[in-house]
Design a binder for this molecule. Structure first.
Ligand SMILES: C[S@@+](CC[C@H](N)C(=O)[O-])C[C@H]1O[C@@H](n2cnc3c(N)ncnc32)[C@H](O)[C@@H]1O
Length: 241
């Protein structure tokens, strides 16, 4: 099993973990994310979009995956064009097929969200992302975004969190036990994820304080964060000063 991180800033390679988790899982991703989150994924994405102004015209999505959030962004921001960046080709191929009527509004780039050059499409009114924070170094990603976001533009990030105590913590651990026991049987292509590796990653990730600290540096203002669904997920956001 891959050694999970105590912090993405240590020797942990989130990119290596993402490359271990995702190639070959694109076809079943939409179904798996729906049932493993008990449908909460859609609710979390709606909570993220509630922070994005509806009149945003130029949106960057990091870790755009199969395009679930991308579709919701285009519906939420009717004038928007979107650039989606992802590391995993089979996910991006599915995303490409998802927009038969809106092809002119979307553009896809394959690459690492903390490094990919999208300066030709900047400045962005909004940057959104679901599930990337635990795989990346917060400072590296926030520094990469700084020149790409227009003053007044917003960055909103979502990922899993971990309840710290009490009944929520107990339920969370039980639910991951169920996932690690049964998901690989139902979807063997996910056995590198549901072998405790994802649960350990979430348990050890410090993405919330790390991104909050990164956004408290010069260049950003109006930082905020919010936990969702009994602290099983969270949003962190900031506005470009
Ligand atoms: C759990 S999926 C989420 C997909 C999508 N954001 C969603 O909410 O449906 C995680 C995605 O993050 C991508 N990813 C992980 N690390 C990345 C990085 N450093 N740069 C770009 N994409 C990355 C993976 O390729 C994968 O598509």
């Amino acid at each position: 099993m891959t050694t999970p991180p105590s912090s993405p800033a240590t020797e942990f390679s989130g990119q290596a973990l993402a490359k271990r988790f995702f190639p070959g899982t694109g076809k079943s991703y939409d179904r798996v994310v729906r049932w493993t989150t008990l449908g909460l994924d859609k609710r979390w994405k709606k909570a993220l979009l509630a922070k994005v102004p509806k009149d945003a015209k130029n949106v960057l999505e990091l870790a755009s995956g199969t395009g679930i959030l991308s579709r919701m962004v285009l519906d939420h921001c009717p004038q928007a064009r979107l650039v989606g960046v992802d590391l995993t080709d089979d996910y991006q191929q599915i995303a490409k097929g998802r927009f038969p009527d809106d092809a002119a509004r979307v553009e896809w780039r394959l690459g690492d969200a903390t490094k990919v050059d999208v300066s030709d499409r900047a400045p962005f009114d909004a940057v959104v992302s679901c599930y990337i924070p635990k795989y990346v170094n917060a400072v590296e990603m926030v520094d990469h975004l700084l020149p790409l976001v227009r003053p007044g533009g917003i960055v909103v990030l979502h990922d899993f969190a971990r309840p710290h105590k009490g009944i929520q913590r107990w339920i969370w651990r039980r639910w991951f036990w169920v996932l690690d026991t049964f998901a690989p049987k139902l979807h063997p292509e996910w056995s590198n994820v549901f072998d405790h590796t994802l649960a350990d990653l979430i348990l050890r990730s410090e993405w919330i304080p790390e991104f909050r600290a990164a956004f408290h540096r010069p260049g950003w203002k109006d930082q905020g964060y919010e936990t969702l669904s009994f602290k099983s997920a969270a949003l962190v956001w900031a506005t470009r000063a």
